[in-house]
Design a protein around this ligand. Structure first.
Ligand SMILES: NC(=O)CC[C@H](N)C(=O)O
Length: 394
């Protein structure tokens, strides 16, 4: 087998469950990893992508060809560790440079125990996934001095085939925080770093199904102190905290088996407290309202997805990361579509017609990605403001 070694990196094998095999170099931890192989088309933001808890048990292929050129830093993290099950890239530049750089991508992957492969024809792999759908895979990162053999290739294919399907997997409770905590950090500013919310106007309870830090920062930035609670917290415990609004986070896995989250959300929406859901939170809100979700062929993962706001016709370029979607045909009468994807027409946003509750399938916190749809956080703040005023006048 032909294999070009670059920068003394040992060989690595990428195998898909259908038996397709790619050879490359191991640029992270040595060992084996398995997961659903998905592709993300964002040009920047690999550190945010790797640390997004929604990628738990997924191996991410980045279609942008140069990954690692600005290294990693201590600030651009969406969780305290890498959650992606593995990384597949085309080219790892041997020089990484940025004023905030604290380590190289390889050092970071190795430190986090993340198996990663470079030198892959990611264009070919992505076309394969687009044609045949997302499928499970295995990366085998060999140790220095180890050689690729047919036995190792067979082992990688067998591991890919043995990986359980993402459908039916409840991973929200796996990645969720186990204890409640308070959050006050606000958005990052050049020269200042992250800020702190010291004069909150609202109290938000955020369900952690695998929450990205930048979502919490954007809510805090708009005047909220946040209590983050574990995924399985019952609605009654949340109500005891007397929130002005409830946030349902993004998260990994299939939304359908998250029965505890669906039940709690149904109860909370009924109380009339403003509720805002993002991604998995959007799917949970839809399920709690009586709609159904389905597994998409290869999902949406990128930072350039056009989404149309059906209320005003405005098109936003958005960040996306989901493999499931809400089925428009199953929407009950009190759930109205607010946004659709201009790539494939799937549902991107919903609002309850009878309660102050709305949700978005993409990622308005845009970390990484364009900030076009950040107005949804303002919508949540406005709902909390009028709810508070309504309570005062009642
Ligand atoms: N980013 C997310 O919250 C993803 C939601 C869900 N796990 C999906 O793949 O559709």
């Amino acid at each position: 087998m032909l294999l070009s070694l670059k920068g003394n990196f040992p060989p690595a094998i990428l195998a898909l469950a259908d038996g397709t095999v790619f050879l490359g170099n191991s640029i992270g931890a040595h060992g084996a990893t398995t997961g659903e192989v998905v592709f993300n088309t964002a040009m920047t933001g690999y550190q945010e992508i790797l640390t997004d808890p929604s990628y738990c048990q997924q191996i991410v292929t980045l279609t942008y060809p140069h990954i690692g050129n600005y290294g990693v830093n201590e600030e651009d993290i969406e969780a305290d560790k890498v959650h992606a099950a593995g990384l597949i890239i085309k080219d790892l530049p041997l020089l990484a440079s940025n004023f905030r750089k604290s380590a190289t991508l390889t050092e970071y992957l190795t430190r986090n125990g993340t198996v990663a492969i470079s030198g892959i024809d990611t264009r070919k792999l992505t076309r394969h996934l687009r044609t045949h759908g997302a499928q499970n895979g295995c990366i085998l990162g060999l140790a220095t001095g180890e050689a690729v053999s047919q036995a190792l290739v067979d082992k990688a294919v067998a591991a890919a085939k043995a990986t359980p399907s993402m459908s039916g997997l409840d991973l929200a409770k796996v990645v969720s925080v186990k204890e409640t905590y308070e959050w006050t950090q606000t958005e990052w500013k050049l020269g200042q770093g992250y800020g702190v919310q010291i004069t909150p106007r609202f109290h938000v309870v955020a369900y952690d199904y695998g929450v990205k830090k930048n979502i919490l920062r954007m809510i805090a930035q708009r005047g909220a102190r946040i209590t983050v609670v574990p995924a399985q917290t019952p609605a009654a415990d949340v109500l005891k905290l007397r929130p002005d609004g409830v946030f349902l986070a993004n998260g990994p896995g299939d939304p359908e088996p998250c029965d505890y989250a669906i039940a709690a959300t149904r109860e909370l929406i009924e109380t009339g407290i403003p509720v805002f859901g993002i991604c998995l939170g959007h799917q949970i809100m839809a399920l709690a309202s009586g709609a159904k979700t389905f597994k998409m062929k290869f999902g949406h993962h990128g930072a350039n997805h056009p989404v149309k706001d059906l209320d005003n016709g405005r098109v936003s370029i958005t960040s996306q990361n989901h493999g499931f979607a809400v089925d428009e045909k199953t929407l009950p009468a009190n759930l109205r579509p607010t946004h659709i994807s201009l790539f494939d027409g799937t549902l991107q946003g919903l609002a309850r017609t009878d309660k102050p509750a709305f949700c978005f399938q993409g990622h308005p916190e845009a970390s990484p990605g364009p900030h076009d749809i950040g107005y949804l956080f303002d919508r949540f703040t406005a709902l909390m403001q009028s709810h508070k005023e309504g309570q005062k006048n009642a």
